[in-house]
Design a protein around this ligand. Structure first.
Ligand code: PGA
Length: 253
């Protein structure tokens, strides 16, 4: 594992393998919960964080971690999927984290994809974040197009929780979870970039060659709404965990 200071406020960890990836990400959560047992976590879905969640579950089962005072806010949810739909993010979180640890059910928050009109779901989630926040540690994956949450290129950096249309590349990337691309929802409720930047600390996770361009643009490119994750350059406490493939286009000394 290699630690690199990319720029002021951003610490980068490059790991050798999947086990190190899961450990580095879970260590960050463990450290926070030791200091602050009632921390508020911002949580992502997707393939990237799966092994981190598995590691957190195994640490909980080994008695090394306690989530009884933790509150969670997920980043996003598809519009139009019921909570129990197998591809909803509600289902993902239940499977990968909530069923395995002791976060009280009333302390787990995700935007609703069922509420109609969807704008009401966004407004309710914004109100809840304002009431309970700020988030102590916001954990993020990243899209190949640089999206964070479902904040696609072009999203203003001061955006709040909102309904967004998925970019064609996101629909295509996420179609691997559905039997057909036409089944991927076209809209999502997402936490905005403004909400994300209000978190006390941010941890960005990425692995694989397909994320290399997005990671280089995020950490060393121009700060631009065309690369939503480049907004993280404006934050003062960002911890980035990447594998060698995702780090391959970074210019490191
Ligand atoms: P992935 O998704 O972890 O499945 O690659 C990340 C994202 O699109 O934000």
């Amino acid at each position: 594992m290699q630690k690199v200071k990319v720029r002021s406020g951003i610490e980068l960890v490059i790991v050798e393998n999947e086990a190190e990836f899961a450990k580095a990400a879970a260590d960050k959560v463990s450290e926070l919960l030791k200091q602050k047992p009632n921390a508020i976590l911002g949580l992502p879905t997707g393939s990237t964080p799966e092994t981190m969640y598995a590691e957190l579950v195994s640490r909980y089962k080994a008695g090394l971690l306690d989530f009884s005072q933790v509150t969670t806010f997920n980043l996003d949810e598809y519009v139009g999927l019921s909570d129990t739909h197998p591809q909803s993010y509600h289902s993902f979180m239940k499977k990968h984290l909530f069923d395995g640890v002791n976060i009280p059910s009333e302390a787990r928050h995700l935007p609703s994809g069922e509420t109609k009109p969807a704008e009401e779901s966004a407004a309710a989630y914004e109100a809840l974040l304002t009431k309970l926040g700020p988030i102590d540690l916001m954990i993020l994956g990243i899209g190949t197009n640089g999206h964070i949450g479902f904040n696609e290129p072009g999203t203003p950096f001061d955006s709040r929780v909102h309904i967004t249309s998925l970019a064609p590349s996101t629909i295509q990337a996420n179609s691997r979870f559905f039997s057909d691309e036409s089944e991927v929802p076209r809209e999502a409720v997402t936490t905005g970039i403004g909400n994300i930047l209000e978190a006390r600390q941010i941890m960005l996770l990425a692995k694989g060659e397909s994320k290399a361009e997005a990671i280089a643009a995020t950490l060393q490119g121009e700060v631009t709404i065309e690369v939503p994750a480049s907004a993280l350059q404006q934050h003062n406490s960002v911890y980035v965990v990447v594998d060698k493939a995702a780090a391959s286009l970074l210019k490191l000394e």
